[in-house]
Design a protein around this ligand. Structure first.
Ligand SMILES: NC(=O)c1ccc[n+]([C@@H]2O[C@H](COP(=O)([O-])OP(=O)(O)OC[C@H]3O[C@@H](n4cnc5c(N)ncnc54)[C@H](OP(=O)(O)O)[C@@H]3O)[C@@H](O)[C@H]2O)c1
Length: 244
């Protein structure tokens, strides 16, 4: 008999670190549409409040994923975490020759240490059907000569971490979403001109002629959360960007 086993998100509690904008916010919206309740965590209260309003209500918690105590505090008073999604993280850019390594290492602190802090704190609240989604990125497969060497190392590390933890934390599933270029506020700090140049280059080179949208990545995260046979997977949503 062919039976598709699907983990329903209806009534599930999903915690999204990085849920105030971009891919995390789109994910929160998508899981809410399927009946989940959501906790959004991020560093900025105003952004969290706006996001909660946009999705029609969510618990919010101010936390820096790189700060263990503030991550642990997010789970205070919680009784159950059905799914943990971590999209929190910035894009520190700089060439090693002229950048302080400690500044670049924030990419590792957020993606590796942050994931460990959040998973460790969530674990006692997770049922055997729970799952975790970490965020990688295209630099893992396709490094670029643009000052993102440490980001590339961090996202490659996220993949290795997820695969090993899928074995260690079984039956809790651990997967990675690996986005290509996606239109989100992540690039706002680069300034309007640089941002426009990044997206123009994507339009000129990607097979589909455009960068991705947060909703498109969120759809894939929902698949990772709800398909109970997807485990230790690295799911690429990059418009074919790894190959151009
Ligand atoms: N957009 C892309 O093209 C792309 C491609 C590949 C990978 N990614 C990765 O996907 C993830 C999500 O990116 P996005 O494009 O959705 O970016 P975004 O719109 O800037 O969203 C990032 C979210 O994470 C939060 N955040 C950032 N640093 C944090 C920290 N240290 N602790 C807690 N929360 C933090 C932000 O809120 P606060 O700033 O208020 O904390 C925000 O909610 C990132 O890890 C990014 O590197 C993005």
């Amino acid at each position: 008999m062919n039976t598709v086993t699907k983990t329903s998100l209806d009534g599930a509690h999903v915690v999204v670190f990085g849920g105030s904008t971009g891919i995390g916010l789109a994910t929160a919206k998508a899981v809410k549409a399927q009946g989940a309740t959501v906790t959004l965590a991020g560093r900025t209260l105003a952004k969290l409040a706006a996001a909660a309003g946009e999705i029609g209500g969510a618990r919010t918690a101010v936390a820096d994923i790189a700060d263990r105590k503030s991550v642990e505090a997010v789970f205070d008073g919680m009784t159950r975490v059905d799914h943990l999604v971590i999209t929190a993280g910035g894009l520190p850019v700089g060439r090693l020759a002229d950048t302080d390594p400690d500044q670049l290492l924030s990419a590792v602190k957020e993606r590796i240490a942050g994931a460990l802090y959040a998973i460790k704190a969530a674990l006692p609240l997770m049922p055997p059907t729970a799952s975790i989604v970490l965020t990688g990125g295209q630099y893992s497969d396709r490094p670029a000569d643009n000052g993102t060497a440490v980001v590339a190392a961090a996202v490659r590390g996220v993949e290795a971490l997820a695969r090993a933890l899928a074995l260690e934390l079984k039956p809790i599933r651990v997967n990675v979403i690996s986005p290509g270029l996606v239109e989100t506020p992540l690039f706002d700090s680069f300034g309007t001109e640089v941002r426009a140049a990044i997206f123009k280059q994507a339009a000129d080179t990607l097979p589909g002629g455009r960068a991705g949208y947060p909703d498109e990545v969120a759809q894939a995260i929902v698949l990772l959360l709800s398909n109970s046979y997807m485990n230790a997977e690295v799911l690429h949503i990059d418009g074919g960007g790894r190959f151009v």
